[in-house]
Design a protein around this ligand. Structure first.
Ligand SMILES: Nc1nc2c(ncn2[C@@H]2O[C@H](COP(=O)(O)OP(=O)(O)OP(=O)(O)O)[C@@H](O)[C@H]2O)c(=O)[nH]1
Ligand SMILES: [Mg+2]
Length: 241
């Protein structure tokens, strides 16, 4: 009797495991692919482009073709992600703002070793989070250049930037991860970058319908003034000829 029970139990357990495995596979198949746009921002020279290259390297089989400059398309889990590289050096604030409405979330990159520019980074982040098209959207802070000896740790950066106050005022969910985009350190550092990216995507997924409706509306609002301006420009050009 005892032997029989012992034989039955493991097979029931196996069956249960098999069923739950099938169930999670089915759930993964049924989950829709979600399109997500993330703006990669920060002061110049903080490592934005290097980090995008590093993400591309780690997820090499998941990189999708794109024709848009400064944009990288990736497949991460059940998400199709557009990473938009906004370089402060090449663009003015006005050009940055044209992208705000498209964003489901923000990746803000800090040079953790540049203490002299921390106040500027704080101001920039403050302006960004207070903008009506950004406020309330989730934020991933990458405390980059952790390989440098004088780099501030994430906990020191939280203090320096008064981060808690900043994100609470603007109701943005926030996470900070240490990172280094330099090749010598990839393994542990790329793990924290991907961990942060996955947190951002899953935070967006929880509120996806609300964020997508906001993106749709903001994109229309952003286009409207340009569309109204086009016929006016054509009329002006015509009257000048
Ligand atoms: N030591 C170290 N250097 C880094 C790291 N990330 C980037 N760099 C270096 O920092 C410099 C700037 O990197 P970029 O990726 O071009 O920075 P960016 O933010 O895209 O710069 P802009 O596009 O000009 O705003 C380059 O020389 C990189 O090699 C890092 O994690 N550690
Ligand atoms: Mg760049």
């Amino acid at each position: 009797m005892k032997v029989q029970r012992l034989e039955v139990l493991p097979s029931l357990q196996n069956m249960f495991q098999l069923l739950s495995h099938c169930w999670s596979r089915l759930q993964a198949i049924q989950e829709p692919i979600r399109k997500v746009t993330l703006l990669v921002m920060g002061l110049d020279n903080t490592g934005k482009t290097s980090l995008i290259t590093e993400i591309q390297r780690v997820l090499s089989c998941e990189v999708l073709p794109t024709t848009k400059p400064n944009q990288t398309e990736l497949r991460v889990d059940q998400f199709e992600v557009s990473l938009v590289d906004l370089s402060r050096g090449q663009r003015s604030w006005g050009t940055w703002r044209n992208h705000y409405g498209d964003a489901h979330g923000i990746i803000f990159v800090l040079d953790s070793s540049n203490v002299l520019r921390m106040e500027e980074a704080k101001r920039t982040l403050g302006h960004l989070l207070a903008h009506p098209r950004i406020s309330g959207k989730p934020l991933l802070l990458l405390a980059n250049k952790q390989d440098k000896v004088d780099a501030l740790l994430p906990c020191e950066l939280i203090e320096c930037l008064s981060l808690e106050k900043l994100v609470n005022e603007n109701k943005s969910l926030c996470r900070i991860e240490p990172s280094s985009a330099t090749k010598s350190l990839h393994k542990s550092q790329s793990r924290t970058i991907l961990q942060g990216l996955r947190w951002l995507l899953h935070t967006i997924a929880i509120n996806y319908s609300v964020l997508s409706a906001r993106v749709q509306q903001d994109s229309l609002d952003q286009k409207a003034p340009r569309e109204q301006e086009a016929p006016r420009r054509a009329t002006r050009a015509h009257s000048q000829t």
